[in-house]
Ligand binder design. Structure first.
Ligand code: SF4
Length: 378
């Protein structure tokens, strides 16, 4: 790689972008105050100079061309073994190529905070160098999107931006305030509708369990109400995962606690209530994260709404022993959906694991054991 190119790759991307080219436009998060989020804590936000981003795009294209000539279909690991991939940048490009080389993700937390003329320049350069890429997506904050004219968003779409991922988290105003999201239900609706009006795809993220027992009903019903007003293309679930270093922890634990953590079964019941209240929309509900208990809770609304509810009911109808077995198996990454427990080897491993967890934590502390297991994925 040319030494003059400042190549940067940000820390995260959505699971659906695991095989995408990653292009960092800004560093960290301009808001950085959400109480459940530690991703960018202690890191200052900054914009990358456009010239630097353009140079990185050119460098990515050079790496792509070289790897194509040298047999990218072998996949990044084989290329490393052959000494053809030695840097993080080369690995990222090789990984994207191994996944088809047709998708890209713009990092970090809020790319649309860039000046429109600069983001347009970046999109133009990317399209020049990567005409084969069919999908370009990015994270954005509702507050940022709500301030942008629809015409600007439409221009981004014409220049290749296809999808925006927004962390709504909840549509319940008291909870949005408590978590310091910096957005209200009204702002979420305004932003979501603008994205749709501009003809871009929209993916909204919701955090089941975020409001504890006390706010569960408001969280479920208001989140559904806001999503019903937007009709996004995707609704993605990200079940609450809390460690002691997260600011929101003190709302659930210790002398200042105002909220009560929900059990896995209570969170499934909350999700059920949420799905039941989704009405007259055409979104795809997606459960593409290891933190979600029901990994196969996926389907398109409205046609598959009943199937989604049935999947929740299937877990809720299990006897407590079977629920515990599934919880432990899921938190250990052994299963995705309930049907996986019907595979004899999987079931045997899950039973052995449950016995071990009961020995270590005691029979009454399975929820706690599962939360500890979840933290390993954070
Ligand atoms: S806007 Fe996103 S990245 Fe920024 S603090 Fe909130 S959750 Fe974290």
């Amino acid at each position: 790689m040319s030494e003059a190119v400042e190549f940067e790759i940000g820390p995260i991307r959505p699971p659906s972008e695991a095989g995408s080219y990653l292009l960092r436009l800004t560093r960290n998060c301009p808001w950085n105050r959400c109480r459940f989020c530690r991703t960018y804590k202690r890191h200052r936000f900054s914009l990358r100079p456009v010239e630097e981003i353009e140079a990185q795009i050119d460098e990515m294209a050079r790496i792509r061309d070289r790897l194509r000539d040298e047999g990218e279909s072998d996949g990044p690991r084989a290329l490393v073994a052959r000494g053809l991939v030695t840097t993080e940048a080369e690995w990222m490009v090789a990984n994207a190529l191994a996944n088809g080389g047709r998708t890209a993700f713009l990092q970090d937390a809020d790319s649309l905070v860039m000046k429109p003329e600069n983001l347009k320049r970046v999109l133009v350069r990317f399209r020049e160098r990567f005409p084969e890429v069919e999908r370009i997506t990015t994270y954005a904050r509702s507050r940022t999107v709500a301030r942008l004219p629809v015409e600007v968003l439409r221009t981004y779409g014409e220049l290749g931006l296809t999808r925006i991922h927004i962390g709504m988290e909840t549509g319940h105003d008291p909870l949005l305030e408590l978590i310091k999201k910096g957005a209200t239900a009204e702002i979420h609706i305004k932003a979501g509708r603008k994205v749709k009006e501009a003809g871009l795809e929209l993916s909204e993220y919701i955090i089941p369990g975020l409001g504890g027992r006390e706010m569960s009903e408001g969280h479920a019903l208001d989140s559904a109400r806001v999503l019903n007003a937007i009709d996004p293309d995707f609704i993605r679930l990200r079940t609450l995962t809390l460690g002691p270093k997260v600011d929101l922890w003190s709302e659930f634990h210790g002398p200042e606690a105002r909220l009560t953590r929900q059990t896995d079964a209570e969170i499934v019941a909350e999700i059920r209530r949420f799905i039941e209240a989704l009405d007259d929309i055409h979104s795809r509900l997606v459960s593409d994260h290891i933190m979600n208990l029901l990994g196969d809770l996926e389907g398109r609304l409205p046609d598959e709404k009943q199937a989604l509810l049935d999947r929740c009911d299937a877990f809720l109808a299990l006897d407590p022993g079977e629920q515990r077995l599934f919880q432990v198996a899921r938190r250990a990454g052994l299963v995705n959906g309930l049907s996986d427990l019907e595979i004899p080897e999987v079931r045997a491993r899950a039973e052995a694991l449950l016995a071990e967890v009961v020995r270590s934590y005691g029979p009454d502390r399975i929820e706690e054991a599962c939360r500890d297991m979840m933290l390993r994925f954070v």
